[in-house]
Design a protein around this ligand. Sequence first.
Ligand code: ISE
Length: 336
Amino acid sequence: MAIRIAVIGAGIMGADHARIVAEDLPGATLQVLCDKDDARARKVGEALGARHIATDPEDVVSREDVDAVIIASPDFTHAPLSLACIRAGKKTMCEKPLSQSSAECLKVMKAEEASGERHIMVGFMRRYDPAYIQMRAALTGGDIGRPLMMHNWHRNGSTPSADFTGAMAITNSAPHEFDILRYMLESEAVTITASQPKRSDDKVAPVVMIIQTADDQIVTVEVNNNAAYGYDVKAELVGESGSIATNHVTYTRTDKDAIKSQAHDPDWRDRYAEAYRQQNKAFLKWVKGGEYPERAATAWDGYVASVIAETGVAALAEGIRKDIALVERPSFYAPR
Ligand code: ISE
């Protein structure tokens, strides 16, 4: 029988996850599409053939005809809904960040540990992106020697919504970078500094962060949510005997008027389409009874990204380098 998935949230990411479940995930059914906004839930759900439309997420999570849940509602709902999913015993793919508050992430970790089994995968989909997979394979294969530095550029054409605050550059966008640097370098971030240039208008300004790892590597992260020209995420890993960088991903190039050009994606859904698909396939395999996915980000990874973000926000406000202080990693979250 197909796995009955409920998608919570019918905004940008909720609609995308619902589309993947309905059209691109053999073995899964879009059982419920839930959004607080009934009209939005109906519009997205009916277009994708969702079996049920709902507006109360807590109610959806505990439905008997729901086997698994994808949480893609606003950031502040992620932790409370993850807790509800753990209580209901449902395996869950929660969009990043697990929470913008590390204290809330700890609550999720404690509840999950108390339940005795893993319930939560956090949607750090870059772990499933072919470019980062190749980068990691080159690194672990010894192609570039010991990694010394990682440079990351994260540019959005514009902020995704009017309620996107300045701090969200660090708490909503940068967590992708915080997670991928840990995943790539297999070392924890120990200090962070953050600075910002001043824009001439009141739009969210870029942030540049420098992070040091426990193995004395240096990572730079630029987040520019108003880059104006399109979605553009790049990374370069510099090792002692070589370096590897992600390429711009496009299928075509235009030559016209003596100019060679390649388009930028409008946002992350196109650039990371394959990563989202692979991530959700891994989720489905786990729900069907497989092992917890090897690449998946756990609630612990969600917690660490949130602590780095909180420390980054403080480093920016205080204008100083801050230590990143984590609780001890519970053995429940030891790598398997
Ligand atoms: C959004 O939530 C994402 O996850 C995107 O990948 C990121 O580029 C964007 O800045 C976030 O707001």
